[in-house]
Design a protein around this ligand. Structure first.
Ligand code: SF4
Length: 237
């Protein structure tokens, strides 16, 4: 199993502001709004603790609507089996930004500082997605270096892939290594935590390239999608 915590967390403020909505521009036009934004950015820079854990699990068999893994776990839906078709192993991962940012959001909410809480929570979403993008990029580079194909990344709950499979993902990884837990009602903690999977193998796979947004059930009404597509990610070397 692999754990990495040295992900780049660079908030390119100018770029983030350019990609925000009109309502965000109205917030920034007010002195109090600009102050809240500056404070939220300072909190995010201080509190985000990026981390990811992942492993490579050999595939025993891909059936029409599920994937059987070596060791006995069964994962996926029809979509997952289709996107990962041809894979000889799955990369299963969990990304998080730690507990500090979520605790600060709660504190701000309790203090009725709702705007600053909202801005900080949004930065938390950006941050955990930055971890995901860097992990996927690392996996793609690894696969390319080994002459392997790698599929588009998928996450339970973002497409028709059922959220129930979070249980399978958590059962396959030592999530204590990054402090991530899953509640009986399938809520991941810390709250800015996400799980993902990618297929890998020597043959062409069901779907390569693109992003998890391509299969997301809310992609046509997601306000975050366009902002996310051009996030400035810089790799550490
Ligand atoms: S469309 Fe939006 S919600 Fe769906 S995966 Fe992309 S960013 Fe996430």
């Amino acid at each position: 199993m692999n754990v990495r915590t040295d992900w780049t967390m660079e908030f390119d403020v100018q770029r983030i502001e350019e990609l925000q909505s009109e309502s965000f521009a109205r917030i920034l036009a007010r002195p109090k709004g600009r102050e809240d934004w500056a404070e939220a950015l300072a909190d995010a820079r201080k509190l985000v603790e990026p981390a990811a854990v992942w492993d490579y699990i050999p595939v025993r068999e891909i059936q029409k609507d599920k994937i059987q893994l070596e060791g006995g776990a069964v994962i996926g839906s029809g979509l997952v089996a289709k996107v990962f078709a041809g894979a000889s192993e799955l990369i299963i991962g969990i990304c998080s930004i730690g507990t500090g940012l979520g605790a600060r959001v709660k504190e701000l909410q309790q203090g009725r500082n709702m705007m600053r809480a909202l801005l900080l929570d949004d930065l938390g979403s950006w941050a955990v997605d930055l971890v995901r993008q860097q992990l996927c990029h690392q996996m793609e580079e690894e696969a390319a270096g080994a002459g392997l194909h790698i599929s588009t990344c998928l996450s339970p709950g973002e497409s028709t892939w059922t959220l129930e499979d979070q249980r399978v993902i958590f059962s396959l990884l030592d999530t204590a290594a990054i402090g991530a837990t899953l509640s009986p009602s399938l809520v991941m903690y810390p709250l800015k935590t996400l799980s993902l999977a990618m297929g890998r193998g020597s043959e062409s796979l069901g779907h390569e390239g693109g992003s998890n947004c391509d299969f997301c059930t809310i992609k046509n009404r997601c306000a975050f999608r366009n902002r996310r597509a051009t996030l400035p990610v810089k790799e550490t070397t």
